[in-house]
Design a protein around this ligand. Structure first.
Ligand code: HEC
Length: 146
């Protein structure tokens, strides 16, 4: 009988002590996941598009005619989104409109002033963002030529 109680005591203690240890492990794991956060392919592309359009804006303001459409932008049709976002129909039609408009900036035969073509494109960045990802809008607005 004594031995049995002793064994029971050890078992209870073993499981009792195991629990907090597991919790600690869990917390450590969560922090690791947080630290290893990687921006999605789409987020990287967006930041690249931001930088490229800022350069286009500077060129236009300096009277340099933008001539070469950055082909990388076409990745908007395929780049992987963050897990919680989906490539729905709205997203697809906005990305199509956006690419067509961005291409127009580099159309040297266009009769529409380049500032206008550029601003139309930035407004499309903003329109798409209004549908699902409003965070960066104030930043994108800074790209507009006043
Ligand atoms: C077709 C819709 C669409 C268009 C057009 C679009 N965006 Fe985005 N943008 C998104 C979505 C969706 C995300 C979130 C991506 C993710 O988290 O995977 C995003 C994210 C961003 C981010 C944040 C990236 C980060 O580090 O998290 C910036 C900045 C951004 N876009 C700028 C722009 C600019 C500048 C343009 C135009 C040149 C533009 N976007 C055009 C949908 C769009």
């Amino acid at each position: 009988m004594r031995v049995l109680i002793y064994v029971l005591f050890i078992i209870i203690c073993f499981f009792g002590c195991k629990q907090p240890e597991k919790e600690v492990e869990h917390i450590v794991k969560e922090e690791l996941v947080y630290d290893m956060y990687q921006p999605s392919e789409m987020a990287n592309l967006m930041n690249e598009m931001y930088a490229q359009n800022l350069k286009v804006k500077e060129d236009i303001l300096n009277g340099i005619v933008p001539e070469k459409f950055p082909l990388d932008f076409l990745k908007i049709h395929s780049a992987e989104l963050s897990e919680f976002k989906s490539r729905n129909e709205t997203f697809q039609s906005f990305s199509k409109l956006f690419i067509e408009s961005e291409k127009e900036i580099f159309n040297t035969n266009s009769t529409i002033p380049v500032e206008e073509r550029y601003n139309n494109t930035i407004n499309l960045c903003i329109s798409c963002h209004q549908t699902e990802c409003t965070g960066p809008i104030p930043r994108i607005k800074k790209l507009l030529i006043k």
